[in-house]
Ligand binder design. Structure first.
Ligand code: HEC
Ligand code: HEC
Ligand code: HEC
Ligand code: HEC
Ligand code: HEC
Ligand code: HEC
Length: 477
């Protein structure tokens, strides 16, 4: 009798089924019998038994069930199984054990009870995971992987005003907040509606996931914190062509600023989770103290204008940034013009507007800045400007003497844009004439009066420069 041709196929089917079954059994054993958490719980039972002082304690330790443990916190939408491995986390006797059995550091869980807070509200990570790799979730599709322990202070700010916490609780976060002000990051970044427009607003930068950062040039761990730290070390090395200057930070400063960036996130937390100091902070924000001009200058202007005492060459902008505290400048400009320049900026140049509708500073803050700049020198009465002369001749002079720095079209080259509508509106003829006569000490702007320019030359130049004046507002369509 010829062999049944289907027979060999049946054998193949049987073998395949058996292999599949073996895999299923192996997986079940791994998940249920040899799972990491079981081994950790068995270890913990042994530690507990060794630490027990009497027979009753030892018996109780031996009876400790080996089972999945979890903290369910509906108000935070959290189901955290971290305690399946971190069994000793709120047991003060475990302070001398290695992780995962060790007592939580800094008595934080004595204040934030595990049943009310869980773990992920502070640590991030995948709460429901039962292996440490999955709890860390760095290489998984998980938006907020476990923060390295050293960066976990970042989340304190969700519920606290970090500056109100006792020393030793969130020191690195507080340092990061101070560095943000010292390094003048607000010059280019808005935070809470205030700041310059050159870089992105940072309000919720801590909510960004790694997929929202360009990581083509990021080496090492593909986490948001590594991106932030590497970007601080060399912004243009991470984002090609970035206009952000390298902030020159030490390693602890990089860590502190990274923690502060990660802390910037609006979170929807129930009111009972907000500490009283957070509520005080929100109240204080609505009632700010009188503005301090020097602090405002440091925070919003210094990143570009530096001390403001001289003209600063910016190699990224390829432009001189005017010395706005330079007495030679301040003498020639009255408070009203200063205020207008600050409020409106110089549209089309790197100088942003700072008024309430632009950079978000209040009128009181603009006034405090003007008063601070004014401390360099009182406004001097300016000699009158010569009458406007021959614009054609003025143009020739301008192309010969000025265009190399200010640009043939007045749009600015290495020196400020004179065709700029805000400049044209804020600058008086007397101011322009005096600037041309005396130049500005400590800046590249030459004193043309000393170089032999007559009042007639200046009158001709004025006629030409005013040709860039925008039509008065009433005449605009
Ligand atoms: C499967 C067991 C297990 C689970 C589940 C688990 N962990 Fe751990 N955890 C460990 C072990 C083991 C270590 C020590 C690892 C090491 O030192 O490499 C550890 C270490 C840590 C550390 C210190 C790491 C560091 O950077 O020094 C933190 C923080 C931590 N776990 C938090 C959590 C949180 C939060 C969860 C829940 C989202 C969690 N763990 C879930 C086993 C676990
Ligand atoms: C109130 C916020 C908060 C909560 C809630 C919290 N932690 Fe932490 N945890 C921290 C901070 C902050 C650190 C880092 C402390 C430091 O500076 O060493 C930390 C550190 C740790 C470490 C590392 C300790 C070490 O030896 O380096 C482990 C493990 C840990 N937490 C586990 C947990 C587990 C498990 C839970 C939940 C049962 C939890 N934490 C709940 C804030 C918290
Ligand atoms: C989910 C919200 C939340 C997070 C996150 C949080 N806390 Fe708290 N914290 C609270 C609440 C609520 C209290 C209780 C305030 C009270 O009842 O007086 C508190 C109290 C405290 C206290 C004692 C009271 C005080 O102000 O001196 C300290 C210290 C503290 N937290 C430190 C921290 C640190 C450090 C972190 C970050 C690792 C942190 N907390 C993260 C909500 C939080
Ligand atoms: C002269 C302007 C300027 C200054 C000053 C500046 N930045 Fe930036 N920053 C930028 C620009 C432009 C970008 C966008 C290009 C890039 O990502 O590098 C940027 C990007 C960033 C990003 C990435 C944000 C995102 O959502 O992608 C962070 C974070 C950041 N800056 C933080 C800072 C901090 C902190 C400081 C102060 C130490 C600072 N910046 C100072 C201009 C500036
Ligand atoms: C070598 C380059 C250079 C030349 C040439 C030059 N300037 Fe300037 N000028 C500058 C710089 C730089 C500033 C900004 C100075 C500062 O930092 O305050 C400036 C400022 C000015 C200002 C004030 C602008 C403002 O925003 O307040 C006026 C007006 C001006 N120059 C007119 C002229 C005229 C007219 C000429 C030609 C007769 C001329 N400049 C030639 C470099 C130059
Ligand atoms: C992102 C860089 C940047 C920041 C931040 C910045 N400035 Fe400027 N500012 C400039 C540049 C560049 C110019 C020259 C405009 C031009 O090139 O036409 C300028 C011009 C000015 C002028 C006109 C100076 C003159 O010679 O007439 C004033 C006044 C001024 N800035 C004040 C401020 C104040 C006050 C702040 C902070 C609230 C500030 N700036 C922040 C870049 C900046």
């Amino acid at each position: 009798m010829p062999a049944d041709p289907a027979r060999s196929y049946k054998w193949v089917t049987v073998v395949c089924s058996l292999v599949s079954l073996l895999f299923l059994i192996a997986a079940a054993v791994r998940e249920n019998i040899s799972a990491d958490w079981r081994a950790h719980q068995a270890d913990f039972r042994a530690i507990l038994e060794a630490k027990s002082k009497d027979a009753a304690g030892r018996a109780a330790a031996r009876r400790l069930p080996i089972e999945i443990r979890q903290v369910t916190v509906p108000a935070l939408h959290a189901v955290d199984r971290c305690v399946s491995c971190h069994l000793g986390i709120d047991d003060p006797r475990m302070a001398d054990q290695p992780n995962p059995h060790r007592t939580h550091p800094k008595r934080l869980l004595a204040i934030h009870r595990v049943e009310k807070f869980g773990c992920t509200v502070c640590h991030q990570g995948q709460g429901a995971a039962l292996s440490f790799q999955e709890a860390k979730a760095e290489d998984y599709f998980w938006d907020y992987p476990l923060l390295p322990a050293a960066l976990t202070e970042a989340t304190c700010a969700s519920c606290h005003n970090p500056r109100a916490l006792p020393a030793g609780s969130a020191d690195k976060l507080v340092l990061g907040m101070a560095l943000f002000e010292q390094k003048g990051c607000n010059a280019c970044h808005k935070l809470d509606g205030k700041g310059g427009p050159l870089g992105p607003a940072l309000n919720n930068v801590g909510l960004k996931t790694k997929h929202q950062f360009v990581r083509a040039n990021l080496k090492g761990s593909q986490t948001t914190w590594n991106w932030l730290a590497e970007h601080f070390r060399d912004p243009a090395g991470i984002v090609a062509g970035s206009l952000m200057p390298s902030p020159a930070l030490s390693q602890p400063q990089v860590e502190a600023l990274t923690i502060f960036m990660l802390s910037l996130r609006a979170r929807d937390l129930p009111a009972e989770y907000l500490a009283p100091d957070k509520i005080d902070e929100q109240y204080a924000r609505l009632h700010p103290p009188a503005p301090d001009g020097a602090a405002l200058f440091h925070r919003y202007c210094a990143a570009c204008h530096d001390t403001g005492l001289y003209s600063r060459w910016d190699k990224k902008f390829q432009r001189f940034v005017p010395g706005i505290r330079n007495a030679a400048f301040i003498r020639t400009e009255d408070d009203e013009c200063l205020g207008e320049n600050i409020r409106e900026g110089r549209p089309g140049t790197r100088m942003p507007g700072w008024g309430p509708k632009a950079g978000g500073l209040s009128e009181a803050e603009v006034a405090a800045l003007v008063a601070y700049l004014r401390t360099s020198a009182p406004a001097m009465p300016l000699p009158p400007a010569p009458a406007h002369g021959d614009a054609h001749r003025g143009g020739t002079l301008f192309f010969q003497e000025c265009a190399g720095c200010h640009g043939v079209d007045g749009k600015g080259l290495i020196a400020p844009a004179l065709a700029n509508p805000v400049f044209q509106r804020a600058a008086t003829d007397a101011f322009i004439a005096q600037t041309v006569r005396l130049g500005r000490e400590n800046t590249p702007m030459p004193a043309f009066g000393r170089a032999g320019f007559s009042e007639t030359d200046i009158g001709d130049l004025l006629a030409f420069i005013r040709g860039w004046q925008p039509p008065a507002r009433s005449q605009q369509p």
